[in-house]
Design a protein around this ligand. Structure first.
Ligand code: SAM
Length: 228
């Protein structure tokens, strides 16, 4: 693919959203369909059993969190907790986040995106979010000034993420160590209890950022968006 010189970033391989089918039983949640009310939308990818999602929803009543988890047993545990509290500013989604994001989200709709302890197979670099061509698509769904928050206990993952954020994605970013008393997610609790260091990288989408997907939206593109 020829590089478009107007792109902000240096990623050469283009993601191909038109090749992805919609997830099973896919429907676009009302909060996205009817969001003329300027609700601040936040996305969490890999929400696990929902610990962060539920506490985020409780402490940010002004925001609506869409929390996606693809592993069935984790999603079921999440759903149980969700049903005990039923926060109206939280939408749990059982799906692969890549296909779901492609089919559900319009450009520039998110104020933040959380990627908390993604932990791919250690040696599979292609599974790290900032190495994926999909990351460009994800950036196109983020508003200017919006943030992507990545947390991990894997030092090499974080080193690579900082490097990719800076040199490939051209995103202003800041890194800090997570406080040992933090308890945002089940994995965070586990790692900190073991005495491991956890890091958090916050990346901000700057003014004028350009991706190849800034006007691309599944519902207006010629792809199959019907229920499977
Ligand atoms: C190590 S767990 C961390 C869960 C939670 N964030 C925590 O910190 O406790 C990573 C989770 O991400 C989920 N995940 C990974 N890739 C995903 C994808 N493409 N879509 C949805 N969930 C994904 C996995 O199923 C897994 O539950």
């Amino acid at each position: 693919m020829t590089r478009n010189i107007e792109l902000t970033h240096q990623q050469k391989r283009a993601f191909q959203p038109q090749k992805l089918s919609a997830p099973r039983n896919f429907i676009i949640p009302n909060i996205i369909k009817d969001n003329n009310s300027n609700t601040l939308l936040v996305l969490e990818i890999g929400a696990g059993k929902g610990k962060h999602a539920l506490s985020f929803a409780a402490s940010h009543p002004d925001k609506h969190l869409i929390a996606i988890e693809r592993t069935r047993n984790k999603f079921e545990a999440f759903t149980k907790l969700f049903e005990q509290q039923l926060p109206d500013n939280l939408t749990p989604i059982h799906a692969d986040a890549i296909a779901w994001t492609v089919h559900a989200l319009p450009p520039n709709c998110l104020t933040s995106i959380y990627l908390l302890y993604p932990n791919p197979e250690q040696h599979n670099l292609n599974q790290q979010w900032l190495n994926m061509p999909f990351f460009e698509f994800l950036l196109s769904r983020l508003q200017v000034g919006g943030t992507i928050i990545l947390a991990t206990n894997i030092e090499t993952y974080m080193d690579n993420a900082v490097q990719q954020a800076t040199t490939v994605w051209a995103l202003p970013n800041s890194l800090h160590k997570i406080a040992i008393e933090s308890q945002r997610t089940h994995f965070e609790v586990k790692y900190l209890a073991r005495g491991e260091t956890c890091w958090e990288l916050t990346m901000t989408k700057p003014q004028g950022y350009k991706t190849r997907f800034d006007t691309w939206y599944a519902s207006t593109s010629n792809i199959n968006n019907t229920n499977k």
